[in-house]
Ligand binder design. Sequence first.
Ligand SMILES: [Zn+2]
Length: 462
Amino acid sequence: MVEPVSVDLLVHAEFVYPVDAAMNVIPDGEVAIKDGAILYCGRRKPEGHWQTGRVVGGSGFAALPGFVNCHSHTASVIFRSQTDDHVAKTALLDVAFRLEKDITEEEWGLCAMLGTAEMIRAGITTINDIWYAPERLATLVAQSGLRAQLAYKVFDVKLENLRDGDYSHYPDIGERRLADGIAFAQTWNGRAEGRITTRIGTHATDTCSQTLLQTARDEATRLGFGLHIHCAQSSAEVDEIRARHGCGPVTYLDRIGYLGDDTVLAHLVFATDDEFKLIAKANAPYAHASTIYPRRGRYPDLAKILKHGIRTGLATDWMLNDPFEAMRYALNGARMVAGSPQALSCDDALYLQTMGAARVLGLENQIGSLEEAKYADLILVDIDQPHLQPYYGSSAALVYYARASDVKVSIVDGKIIMDNRNIPGLPADLGVDAIRDATPRWRSQLQRYGSRAVYGEGCTCW
Ligand SMILES: [Zn+2]
């Protein structure tokens, strides 16, 4: 008689999606977890093979790697519905950049709580965040059980002045913010049992001077931190960099020695073919925030970016933190740009939201797929929902039809951080009450800055 193998947790599922190289789908599968890591992922072993105190899932569930969100602003929920009829330039310069300076650290903490809850409930197990008050988010990451790469937002312009074309750089602002960003990175790197790692978050190519970008690059290299930056995101940014340096934002970053394999580039909406080549050559990873681009009316050519061999992952960026929506937007966006449904497959979308995004963060050996020895970061999706039946099992069943609210269980490092949609590490109301209290104050501030705080743009169809 063979002794049973002792494990901490067993996850059973009607279908397991390991997101391995073959993109296998395992019917009647299981994931065995010990000491926070995956000991086994495959077909269910016979009764008595494992000895464990807890089994979750079973028939009616799909198990897949937790989603990796490789570019986020968890606390940016404050802008929801306020810039959705705007082009990128006015959304950022007129509304977001002006409001941000009025928000207190405590208020960012409230927003971070809400965003953290939303991320976990949508099946996200890892974020890569750049924002204000990162200590608040780091604390929430530690207490909720999420995994994160975190950075403080570093720049040296007065963001509120950009709408007037005033791109004056203030070295004292840049030096202070970079020092604060480095201090944050050094303080929090490796905290929360190693779930938190840190980056230097130079905000964007136009909101940092060349000196600030180069100093940040040097410091990141010296201290061993990766970088994170918005690049070729808006026409305002591209116009400013062209006027200043005579080239596009990617070319500029390459020329000043900023690009590297540790440099997460978000957006690339306005990047050119030649710039894609520069990115591929530098092996710089790319965060594709699919839900943002269609609402601004311009979608980057994702299929072409992938053909260039650029390491790519999906990201939610701000306001809509739903990876199922991110996968659907990516599929539809890429197919519309290419004029072909073959531009991106459902397997591609699932890969980009898990393993692809893990590669963007340099975590591909630790997370992103359900393979032995990796950290046990996975989710269970309830597939018995009417909108998911009949459930045949291909990845399209999840990617085109599942919803964030179908995620019932989330596991990080082998610990259950969400159980039947409850998040034990966060307050029961998930921070909603405090947000409701603050909403009237934010509404009046937003209205001052030209948002659509109550009324929309008006309907031209009526
Ligand atoms: Zn962003």
